[in-house]
Design a protein around this ligand. Structure first.
Ligand code: URA
Length: 430
């Protein structure tokens, strides 16, 4: 088999066989196929696409490139979730303890944030003492003991994805539905859960800009899941503004705690309750979605979900003191409305970039993070504002430069007419 023939076949829109896809992935991981040929192949996939079968083969080849986590030592049905990446997305910090408080077993490997999106590991590491480097044994024991553990990757999970993602990032081939699907699904399948909930973000701050694209991606991931005998449920959710009000690591942990205490933003609570209900129902812990939803809401309002959060954080070595001093920065700068009206949009992408420029996110993988900084929205889409009303507060440890103000100026659109807001979950595909 020759790589040049496989590139040409894909360039002409032909379907690749399982053997050909295995040849490419194995050859690349072994260092036998150079980056320039893989780049050309990725670009051919970007333009010509792959059908469901090819995408399944690619997922399998990637999955088999490294280790898989064996969760069989955990009793019961294991649940997991993944978000395609959003701004202000602290869902795991809420959903995890919530489903654990309802009896589900969540064994989750998480990642770090890059660019305008944050990662769960960075949020956990912003908590004093919180370890995200669990060994496989610690990870499994903790899930058996308290139903939840979140860790950075143990072992070498899907090395093919690390190599391919780095190359996609610099060759303009990230936003391809078969490539995103195989990247996400290979990692989720390697992590060993039985029920996988995918939060597919749509909008300005997300990979998928329209609901049609998000549907295609979701259908493909659900179909790959079926081929591997896993229950996959995709939630298509809005990212036309940040999720909740807080963006930045400690700010988001604080908002997660408030949400678990029944005092969080509605969009965030709605999203977590719905995903939790599907997880717990599919884990066969509740007889219907309706009952699962009801228990999820009860546990948010009776303190059980919050108690589980603290148990989880303590189990991983974390300490959280008084919440009112949990976020401390040198400056808290109000950003005010320059005209009256109704907030029409808040570009999630810009707000994510502001948080990154403040030091709350990474421009490159090597950057270190300031856990305290970020943006706290004071208004969301649909809110009425007068001139001078605070739209958001910027938590900063350095003077806030013009670049940040410009991003905020472009982020908020204020118009004369009231505007209806869409529900956070726009569609569910299973
Ligand atoms: N998230 C992933 O893990 N992979 C992609 O390709 C895109 C988003």
């Amino acid at each position: 088999m020759r790589m040049i023939d496989i590139i040409e076949q894909k360039r002409e829109g032909c379907k690749l066989s399982q053997k050909e896809i295995d040849f490419v992935i194995q050859g690349y991981v072994k260092g036998e196929i150079p980056d320039y040929q893989i780049s050309a192949w990725l670009m051919a996939i970007y333009f010509q696409g792959m059908d469901d079968e090819e995408s399944g083969y690619l997922t399998k080849a990637m999955l088999e490139s490294g280790d898989t986590i064996d969760l069989s030592a955990i009793e019961g049905i294991k649940v997991d979730k993944h978000s395609t990446g959003g701004v202000g997305d602290k869902t795991t910090l809420i959903l995890g303890p919530l489903v654990a408080s309802m009896g589900a077993k969540l064994a989750k490997l998480s990642g770090r944030g890059l660019g305008h999106t944050g990662g769960t590991l960075d949020k956990l590491e912003s908590i004093e003492g919180c370890s995200i480097n669990l060994t496989e044994k610690q990870f499994i024991d903790q899930v058996n003991r308290i139903n939840i553990a979140v860790s950075g990757q143990t072992g070498e999970i899907v090395p093919a994805d690390k190599l391919l993602y780095a190359l996609r990032d610099v060759t303009g081939t990230v936003p391809s539905i078969p490539l995103i699907s195989s990247s996400i699904m290979s990692k989720k399948l390697a992590s060993g859960a039985d029920v996988i909930c995918l939060d597919v973000k749509i909008g300005d701050g997300a990979f998928m800009k329209t609901i049609e694209e998000a549907r295609k991606l979701s259908r493909l991931m659900v179909s790959i899941g079926k081929a591997f005998d896993k229950k996959v449920i995709a939630f298509l959710t809005g990212m036309e503004q940040p999720l909740g009000y807080a963006i930045g690591n400690r700010l988001e942990v604080k908002e997660a705690i408030e949400t678990l205490a029944g005092d969080g933003p509605k969009d965030l609570e709605d999203l977590c309750v719905e995903i939790a209900a599907h997880m717990v129902y599919n884990a066969k812990l509740q007889p219907s979605l309706k009952e699962a939803r009801q228990i999820a809401l009860e546990n948010i309002h009776n303190g059980k979900a919050l108690a589980k959060f603290y148990e989880f954080i303590h189990a991983q070595g974390g300490k959280i003191g008084a919440l009112d001093t949990f976020v401390r920065t040198e400056h808290v700068i109000p950003y005010q409305a320059k005209k009256p009206g109704y907030v029409q949009s808040i570009k999630a992408y810009n707000i994510g970039l502001v948080s990154m420029h403040l030091g709350g996110g990474r421009e490159t993988k090597e950057d270190t993070i300031d856990p305290m900084v970020g943006v706290l929205l004071k208004k969301k889409i649909g809110d009425k504002v007068a001139i001078g009303d605070v739209l958001c507060e910027v938590y900063a440890n350095n003077p806030v430069g013009e670049e940040i103000i410009k991003l905020l100026d472009e982020a908020f659109a204020i118009g004369d007419s009231p505007i209806e807001t869409l529900p956070i979950i726009q569609e569910i595909i299973a």
